[in-house]
Design a protein around this ligand. Structure first.
Ligand code: ADP
Length: 473
């Protein structure tokens, strides 16, 4: 099968979160299974010169979007058995940040239209085009407008971000016929244009990133207004659990770590912890558990529970490390908290890939109290690096973390159900209790996490089944 993935970010070229991890590792896994996998993404200013030097130039075209007529260059490079195509338009993509610009709707409508426009410039024809999140949601729609005979898959990585715009954008911004695409109900949701809804209705198959999240999205509490749409497409909707890149995330050979280790030989982890404490100005105490978070600081990650329970968390005697950026209020809360707990709490506000890896490696416990979590990769990376996860039982956290609390002999972490600061605090208390009270028990939980299979093997097979069904194979 010949599959083209469309995404707004992919590691190692550009990344703001889990989407980049998934699109950086799923296509190589599918290619390893014998199919052709290629990826197409914007050529952001953030893509390094080192990658640019490896690129080949294919040519350019002009993309028409309503009254706009925009240049689009096409480059590609090969990496891990996959061809990565980059669409160049400096006006749209040479910006300070990937998202959060005033004209994101226009930028990603351009990108989606450009993907369809450059298909004739590829030296092959994709049989399936697999789109991801709202930034690529117009691709299945634009494909229909040019009557391309290709199957489409749309994956919801996070339903909170839908791409909603005023009704007048249908023609003026997206260049679509109002009657066909808006009045018909395809793009219309609650009086607005909703790009994610448009893709859910138009794509041949729709997936999300864990079985539990797939079930939750039928409910209004989780679907951010799209539950009725989810219920109406059940026949083509499923949940496929994400994996992580087991090659890139491997404490045995991660070049960002000060020492290497495995599940069986964990001395290097002790060195990583000491180095982390030193790097972040924490007291050099080997026997104090380090509890960490690496997260976007936004509401659905459960950050408000941590704010509410902060003094209680610190009262358990652990050291706390927070690496993240996002809402200014949360950022300031943690900056301030750091001053209140010198040597015991470190808040590193910003994005730092190398530090994130040193935190996973140097931590004993990893906290992820999400209110909703489509899949979550951080908890899997944490387990791989031997940091025992403490998570709320929701979405993909429910599908990847097994509780080791009372009566659960094969647990790999700690789980709490209620979205409640007290429930979270109790659970952190249990984990810290095991750490201090039963070193062997703690080691076993850690080891089960480190030995877990979070690879793409199983899930890449599930996606290949979906592609195969669409192609009648
Ligand atoms: P989401 O995609 O919702 O942000 P995931 O858990 O699926 O959450 O993926 C988060 C990914 O982004 C992980 O690889 C995590 O290590 C990384 N990450 C998140 N915040 C930061 C940060 N501030 N610095 C470095 N890496 C980060």
């Amino acid at each position: 099968m010949d599959i083209l993935y469309v995404t707004s970010e992919a590691a190692p070229f550009c990344k703001t979160g889990g989407l980049a991890d998934v699109l950086g590792s799923l296509p190589p896994a599918v290619a390893a299974g014998g199919d052709r996998a290629a990826v197409i993404l914007p050529l952001y200013g953030q893509v390094s010169d080192a990658w640019r030097e490896k690129m080949r130039w294919h040519g350019y075209t002009y993309v028409d979007l309503a009254w706009r007529h925009e240049y689009c260059g096409l480059f590609s490079l090969e990496h891990r058995g996959v061809v990565w195509y980059f669409l160049d338009n400096e006006r749209y993509f040479r910006r300070g940040a990937l998202y959060g610009q005033m004209d994101d709707g226009e930028r990603f409508a351009f990108f989606s239209k450009a993907v369809v426009s450059v298909l004739p410039m590829l030296e092959w024809r994709p049989e399936v085009i697999h789109c991801n999140d709202w930034q690529t949601a117009l691709v299945p729609i634009y494909l229909k407008t040019v009557a391309e005979n290709v199957s489409t898959v749309f994956t919801i990585h996070n339903i909170e971000y839908q791409g909603k715009y005023g009704a007048d954008t249908v023609e003026d911004l997206f260049g679509l016929n109002r009657g066909d695409w808006y009045e018909s109900g395809v793009l219309q949701m609650d009086g607005c244009v909703n790009l994610m809804k448009g893709a859910m209705v138009t794509a041949d198959a729709v997936t999300t990133v864990s079985p539990t999240y797939a079930a939750q999205l039928r409910e209004s509490a989780y679907a951010a207004g799209l539950d009725s749409v989810v219920r109406s497409i059940q026949w083509k909707f499923s949940g496929v659990l994400n994996g992580i890149d087991m090659v890139s995330y491997d404490p045995e050979c991660d070049p960002d770590l000060p020492a290497r280790y495995t599940a069986a030989e964990s001395e290097g982890k002790t060195l990583c912890k000491a180095a982390l404490q030193q790097e972040l100005g924490l007291a050099q105490e080997e026997g104090t558990p380090v509890l960490s978070m690496v997260t976007r600081l936004v509401g659905h990650k459960g950050v408000d529970l941590v704010c509410q329970a902060l003094d209680g968390i610190m009262a358990t005697g652990c050291q706390l490390v927070v690496l993240g950026s996002g809402d200014g209020g949360y950022e300031n809360f943690f900056r301030h908290a750091q001053n209140r707990y010198p040597g015991r709490l470190c808040a590193w506000i910003g994005y730092n890939e190398g530090l994130s890896r040193r935190i996973y490696a140097g931590s004993d416990l990893f906290l992820m109290p999400s209110k909703s979590e489509p899949c979550g990769l951080s908890q899997m990376i944490a387990m791989r690096y031997g940091a025992v996860p403490i998570v709320r039982q929701t979405g993909g956290l429910n599908d990847t973390v097994r509780s080791c609390q009372v009566g659960q002999p094969d647990g790999n972490g700690y789980v709490f159900a209620a979205y409640d600061a007290g429930a979270m605090l109790d659970t952190i208390g249990q984990a810290v209790g095991l750490y201090h009270g039963d070193a062997e028990g703690f080691r076993m939980v850690r080891r089960r996490g480190m030995e877990g299979d979070f690879s793409w093997d199983r899930s890449a097979g599930a996606y290949r089944n979906i592609y195969g069904k669409l192609l009648g194979r």
